[in-house]
Design a protein around this ligand. Structure first.
Ligand code: DAT
Ligand code: MG
Length: 174
């Protein structure tokens, strides 16, 4: 019987605030120590459309516009983010715990956000990284930020989804 979370994968973004503040090495060192498998890594610019899709669940929030500007690098003059996929048992929860609570002031001091993040005047949270909050969100986000051929190995759930889409297409469903 498969263990829950046995081969989970999770998305991590190192956000422009951390790139501007030269915190990339510190963050990667902390992530590396989790001992998870690195399945994908790239630097990429973030379009407004991608940022909107990524933060779709926050569309109605008053801070949404600033959040888009932050992720697109406009607030920090940084034209890219760093995106990673890590995999392994309980990868989602383990990375999330290392990341810490959303608000740097409320995050455990030992977490990435608690030790490296800060709140800016005006309410912008410079909280260093994005980490998927649950396995479903992780699947959605990995498909949003990566193409299958960019990953170092196939992710079983993605392969299955692609296969079922292909089957539907062959049946004339798409
Ligand atoms: P998380 O990044 O911990 O998953 P989230 O998905 O609720 O948190 O929100 C996404 C980002 O939006 C978060 O990293 C920082 C920003 N954010 C959330 N709540 C905020 C608030 N009350 N004020 C300003 N920015 C906020
Ligand atoms: Mg979230």
């Amino acid at each position: 019987m498969a263990n829950a979370g046995a081969d989970e994968a999770t998305l991590v973004l190192i956000k422009p605030d951390a790139i501007q503040r030269r915190q990339v090495g510190l963050v990667l060192e902390r992530l590396e120590r989790l001992g998870l498998e690195l399945v994908g890594a790239k630097a990429m610019p973030v379009s407004r459309r991608l940022a909107e899709e990524h933060y779709n669940h926050l569309r109605d929030k008053p801070f949404f516009e600033e959040l888009l500007k932050l992720l697109c690098g406009e607030l920090h003059g940084v034209p890219h983010v760093l995106a990673f996929v890590y995999a392994g048992p309980d990868a989602v929860a383990r990375v999330r715990q290392l990341a810490g609570a959303t608000n740097p002031d409320r995050a455990e001091p030992s977490s990435i956000r608690g030790s490296l993040g800060r709140n800016m005047p005006g309410g912008v949270m410079e909280n260093v990284i994005h980490a998927s909050s649950d396995p479903q969100e992780a699947e959605r986000e990995i498909m949003l930020w990566f193409r299958p051929e960019e990953l170092l190995r196939p992710l079983p759930w993605w392969t299955k989804k692609t296969a079922s889409r292909t089957t539907r297409a062959r049946r004339g469903g798409l």
